[in-house]
Design a protein around this ligand. Structure first.
Ligand SMILES: Cc1cc2nc3c(=O)[nH]c(=O)nc-3n(C[C@H](O)[C@H](O)[C@H](O)COP(=O)(O)O)c2cc1C
Length: 184
């Protein structure tokens, strides 16, 4: 069974993180971390609490618990996705702060040359945001913006969320049937 880390931070679009969790649940071991602001957005946008992220093979970590398994490079994980990723978290990871478990787990992914998928959500983007995203790209992260395409025909909110989540699953190496490959 593959092992992934999913971090949900305080950007709009927590529906993407929830949908990713729902798709991975039962298929992979999932280590979830929700930032304090991420918990607020979960409540505001979906009426959910972090306790939603539970189940078999799921571990919900506290952001303050920096000595968790996923804070160590010796604990092998197949990938980490930050969905959605706030510009605050992105800036702190780009600066190597490692001040909470999300930042540390991401830092570990970069130093161990493992897959780190960052799904930013902000508009417009400042020079600082762009520089931080470039720094993370150069450090080996994959920047996968929460910007769905509209060419699949079905443009319900659910279909647009699935568009982004399908790309995340593709990059995590997880089979998905949310969106077929484009074939005109
Ligand atoms: C309702 C609400 C919506 C927000 N949306 C975004 C957003 O889309 N993108 C972003 O980068 N920050 C957004 N923020 C700001 C972040 O939540 C804030 O910078 C926070 O400190 C990020 O903390 P975290 O990275 O630890 O989750 C939002 C804040 C609130 C209260």
């Amino acid at each position: 069974m593959k092992r992934f880390v999913l971090a949900v931070t305080g950007a709009s679009g927590v529906c993407y993180g929830k949908r990713l969790f729902d798709c991975l649940k039962g298929q992979a071991e999932i280590h979830v971390i929700v930032s304090e602001r991420g918990a607020e957005l979960l409540n505001v946008e979906l009426g959910l609490k972090p306790a939603y992220f539970k189940g078999k093979h799921v571990k919900l970590h506290k952001t303050t618990r920096i000595n968790s398994s996923i804070a160590s490079g010796s604990f092998r994980v197949d990938g980490m996705a930050i969905v959605p990723a706030s510009m605050g978290t992105i800036g702190r990871i780009a600066a190597g702060i490692s001040g909470n478990l999300i930042e540390r787990a991401a830092d570990v992914m970069l130093k161990e040359k493992r897959k780190l998928i960052i799904v930013p959500r902000e508009a417009p983007l400042s020079t600082i945001h762009l520089k931080n995203l470039l720094a993370l790209d150069q450090a080996g992260a994959l920047i996968l913006p929460a910007s769905p395409g509209f060419y699949q025909g079905q443009n319900t909110v659910e279909a647009l969320v699935d568009f982004v989540v399908a790309r995340i699953l593709d990059h995590l190496g997880v089979e998905q049937d949310l969106m077929p490959p484009y074939d005109a």
